[in-house]
Design a protein around this ligand. Structure first.
Ligand SMILES: NC(=O)c1ccc[n+]([C@@H]2O[C@H](COP(=O)([O-])OP(=O)(O)OC[C@H]3O[C@@H](n4cnc5c(N)ncnc54)[C@H](OP(=O)(O)O)[C@@H]3O)[C@@H](O)[C@H]2O)c1
Length: 288
């Protein structure tokens, strides 16, 4: 019997929409690595048996990404987690060694900051407004609190206010959250005064006409960042572009967090030509 290929993949539910296989399989091909990246749709009751299997010596899985809704709950199944993942209480990357020891990392936060660098946006002294308080917000917010280029203020609006309160409360055990204010309505975000608006909700996902924001509040002296990348231009980004604001969709975050995951699995930095090919695949699809 031939030995199964070294396997990587993404666990979550649902995962069918994920672009991660496209990106990582393209990377393996370019790197001439005999490995495959798969989708692992895992329901809540299957999580524990999945991790039991992962511990077995004959498992051929050596790395995983983690997505909705398990970024927090996988932590209980790991042997160790990185200091940043511990502070954010969110793991999106797992490295599995030959002894089947599992180490967790979070690359969403550093990936988001890397994209801000590419966009030439310095957070120091800036006024930031955030829509949402889900799993993605956790890593983004933690990195914005820990970065030396400290923003002046961060305002958060979430449809379910208690979730925003729990998020900030959790982070307060590990970092200064004194400049964060949870606001009860979108109007209180003061979008017309902010330098960076980040949509971390799924509003606009596969819904090109959906947005929570009144376009008249957007202005040309701001960056509007939407973590959604399907469609590439959400209604929020369209309104922002029409007002002359700088815009960015979630493909940059997807790219940087994925590159950082790959680097954790490979234990080394990827050559820039490979990174460029992966970016091209994400932006334009695979050219046969
Ligand atoms: N670009 C990337 O690489 C990347 C990475 C991760 C995630 N994402 C995208 O980010 C989005 C959020 O992911 P997540 O993991 O943070 O999900 P999540 O933990 O389920 O959080 C979803 C967030 O969206 C809010 N929301 C959902 N529907 C809403 C509605 N109709 N009106 C107002 N608020 C609504 C939720 O508010 P409540 O708390 O009130 O429910 C919550 O704040 C998804 O679209 C995901 O695809 C992109």
């Amino acid at each position: 019997m031939t030995k199964a290929k070294t396997t990587y993949g993404i666990i979550g539910y649902p995962v069918a929409h994920s672009l991660s296989p496209l990106m990582h399989n393209a990377a393996f091909k370019e790197l001439r690595v005999k490995a495959v990246y798969k989708l692992f749709p895992v329901q809540a009751e299957e999580l524990e048996p999945f991790f039991k299997e992962l511990r077995k010596k004959d498992s051929n899985i050596f790395g995983l990404n983690v997505t909705v809704p398990y970024k927090e709950s996988v932590i209980a199944h790991l042997d160790s987690i990185s200091p940043f993942a511990k502070k954010a209480m969110s793991v999106n990357t797992i490295v599995i060694d030959e002894d089947r020891k599992l180490r967790g990392y979070n690359t969403d936060g550093p990936g988001f900051l890397a994209h801000l660098v590419e966009l030439e946006f310095n957070t120091r002294g800036k006024r930031i407004a955030i829509l949402g308080a889900g799993g993605t917000t956790r890593a983004i917010l933690a990195s914005l609190c820990l970065i030396p280029e400290k923003p002046e203020s961060i305002r958060i609006y979430n449809r379910t206010e208690e979730k925003a309160q729990k998020l900030v409360n959790d982070l307060s055990a590990h970092m200064d959250v004194g400049h964060i204010k949870i606001v009860p309505t979108i109007d209180d975000l003061n979008i017309e005064l902010c330098d960076l608006l980040i949509n971390t909700t799924s509003v606009g996902l596969n819904a090109p006409n959906e947005t929570m924001i009144d376009g008249d509040l957007l202005h040309q002296d701001m960056l509007v960042y939407d973590v959604v990348y399907e469609p590439r231009e959400t209604m929020l980004l369209k309104l922002a572009r029409e007002k002359g604001a700088k815009t960015a969709n979630g493909l940059g975050l997807l790219f940087y967090q994925g590159i950082l995951s790959l680097q954790h699995w490979a234990g080394q930095e990827l050559p820039s030509e490979i990174k460029n090919i992966i970016r091209d695949v994400l932006e334009n699809g695979v050219q046969e």
